[in-house]
Structures are given as structure tokens and as C-alpha cells.
Ligand binder design. Sequence first.
Ligand SMILES: Nc1ncnc2c1ncn2[C@@H]1O[C@H](COP(=O)(O)OP(=O)(O)O)[C@@H](O)[C@H]1O
Ligand SMILES: [Mg+2]
Length: 259
Amino acid sequence: MGPKKPVDLEPTVLVKSLHVGFAGREVLHNLNAKFNRGWLAVVLGRSGSGKTTFLRALNRLNECFPRSATRGSLKLKLQGEWRDIYRNAMPLPELRRRVGMVFQTPHLLPGSIADNLALPVKLVLGVPRRNIASRVEWALEEAHLWDEVKDRLNAPAHTLSGGQQQRLCLARLLALEPEILLLDEPTASLDFRAALKVEELLLSLKERYTIIAVSHSLSQARRLADEALIFRDGSVVQRLSREDLQAPDTLQALLEEIF
Ligand SMILES: Nc1ncnc2c1ncn2[C@@H]1O[C@H](COP(=O)(O)OP(=O)(O)O)[C@@H](O)[C@H]1O
Ligand SMILES: [Mg+2]
């Protein structure tokens, strides 16, 4: 018998023949991939191999850059319904809320810890004032931050440590009810202990969300990934299962390939 398969994997992202270019230069070439809810996929590859561009293709963020061009089909299952996001236009703010992204360094809003959550919840979701505090608490719990900040919700957010700031960014994302989480090297700016806390959080979220995380670290990929996609020069050149990632000879080959 092979390894036990998780039972409740639901496909949520289907990428077919995706090409992305900037100013006439193609940087993602004919990319195909599939992701599931309940499954944590890690993207690895050298700097410049197209990892960030790939994540940005999933919520149409590449379009923020002038002269970007995207071809191919990208289907996402959102609210139970398949949508071809480059054809069946869904309003971009709605798409980007459902397919949320966290970046390498924390991007905070000015203001307090509570403001960082209350403002988007009020402005984006239109949550009435009386329900905001409970939504803020829920999001902080969801991001494993509540116990650390509950006594100082009105302190400036920039007084948090780097790891707490990154979890606050995750809390803000989660507060907006996303279904797909795109994480671009979310622990690259953190020390090891802070990174482990974020990893723990991701593992606790993965059953309920589709998570695609770019990682700068092979050991992190081994701790987190149900599957790893290896990018080289804008293409996926290898897919590795969790078992593959643990095998010592795969590891050696990967180290040579990526680093
Ligand atoms: N906004 C942009 N405008 C022009 N070129 C870009 C832009 N974003 C990325 N690129 C180019 O696309 C390639 C892939 O970049 P990126 O996706 O950032 O790689 P990675 O995240 O793997 O380091 C690089 O050659 C980069 O210069
Ligand atoms: Mg990048």
C-alpha cells in the first residue's frame, strides 16, 4: 500500500498554458499547475526564476505594472464556483480579497494594531461598527497573535516584533475572508524562532485554505510542503511530493539545482 492520501482534497486552482511577460519579454513560459484546498504547496527556485510573477498571476497583480501581458487559462474555485479569472472578469478588489497575498517584509498600515484590522474590515467588508471588535479578535486568534497583543491593541503596530508584524499582516488577510493565500517568502525577513511561529500558523491554516508559499529555504520547504514546485527560468521543472522532499538524494540534487 502506498502512503495514505488525505481524504478531503478539493482542487481549487487550475493553471493551463500560462504565459506572463513584461514589456515584450516573456518571463513565465507555458506554465501548468494544479493546487488543492487542504494542501500546502511550496514554490522553490533561484532568484529571478519567476516565483513572484507566478503568485501575482493568481490574483492579477501583474496588471499593476505597465506593459504586462498574460495569456493562458487560470481557473479558481471561489465560493464554490469555478471562475476563469482572465476571462470571466470578477471585480479586481473582490478577486484580490478572495486571493490574498502576503509579502516578504510586513506591510503595515499606519496606526494601531487594532486599526490595522478594523480599517480594512470596515472599508472592504462594510462590517458594522458594533461587530468590528469581535471580528478583530477573531482574526488575531486565527493568526495566533491574540494572546500576545490583547492587552495592547491600541499600541502602534510598528512596535510589534518582525514576526508579530508578519502575523498581523496574515491576520489582516484572514479578516477579509480569503480562500486562497499567496505567501511570497513570508519568513525571509524573520529570525528562526519567529519563522517557526509563522510556519506553525500556516500548518494550522492549511486544512481550510489553499496555500501557495514561495520559500527561500529548502529546510522550510521540507517542514511545510505537501508538494514542492521547482521553478527555473520561468518554467516548473520539477514537482516533488512530501516523501521526495525528505529523501537525502533528492535533497542533494535540489541544493545543486536551486542554490
Ligand atoms: N514588474 C516587472 N517589470 C519587468 N520585469 C519584471 C517585473 N517583475 C518581474 N520581472 C522580471 O521577471 C523575472 C522573474 O522575476 P520574479 O518573478 O520576481 O522572480 P523571483 O520571484 O523568482 O525572484 C525577472 O527577470 C524579473 O526581472
Ligand atoms: Mg520573488
